[in-house]
Write a new protein. Sequence first.
Length: 278
Amino acid sequence: MATTWFITGTSSGFGRLLTERLLARGDRVAATLRRTEALDDLCAEYGDRLRVARLDVTDTRQVREVVDDAFTALGTIDVIVNNAGYGVFAALEEATDEQIRRVVDTNLLGSIDVIRAALPHLRAQGHGRILQVSTAGGQTTYPNFGYYHASKWGIEGFCETVAREIAPFGIGLTIVEPGATPTGFGGALDTAPAMPEYDSTPAGEVRRAIADGSFVLPNDPGRIADAMIDLVDTGATPLRLPLGSDTYHDVRASLVARLEEHEAHRDVALSVVRDELA
């Protein structure tokens, strides 16, 4: 039986790969993107199994209209994939106010608005899946990505809460965490003029590694798209799905270090408990 998907950010990267694979196997896709002409080739090939709509996820009213229209037209949507994203590559002092607002508006508030718009429909139909595309940087950090991390750590905290709230309605939510992957996202990163003060800091080291090609992108984008589809097909609903060798190792190291630091403060943490409750 064909599955119906709603996917944001389908002009390239994981969104485009998912759309291509799902259509090829017979599913229906409601694809959204800012430049609808980017999917003209798929529209010509797959006809009415592909519904395309222009969407800028930073426009809250447009998000609601596009999501409502998709459910009205398709009847049932089984899977929502929150994939649209924006990245800014800059040290703390280098990014502009506009860049900071855009990364938060797109990755955090835009993703929240898509989920908010879809939930009434998913509850009404009594089932559904939400895949929130995050990153390894939703649980660990890398220099020059501070504002990107702020948005991704934020959406992961939001989704972890929402997953518990919506489970009683038969709706599953999984945070998908791809690692560094050659999807074109890195080339589309917004940047800012580099400050020489950061040249000899970790921010400068990462900047040089990306510039000289030594910053490794170890993961296969097609395999990541396939893993997301396979997850839905199995019916499993883990809270998080780490995808990539860097995601696995970097996030694990970050979690271990955080737990060790947490345990190191056990005594002082418990020392502030009121005497009658100790």
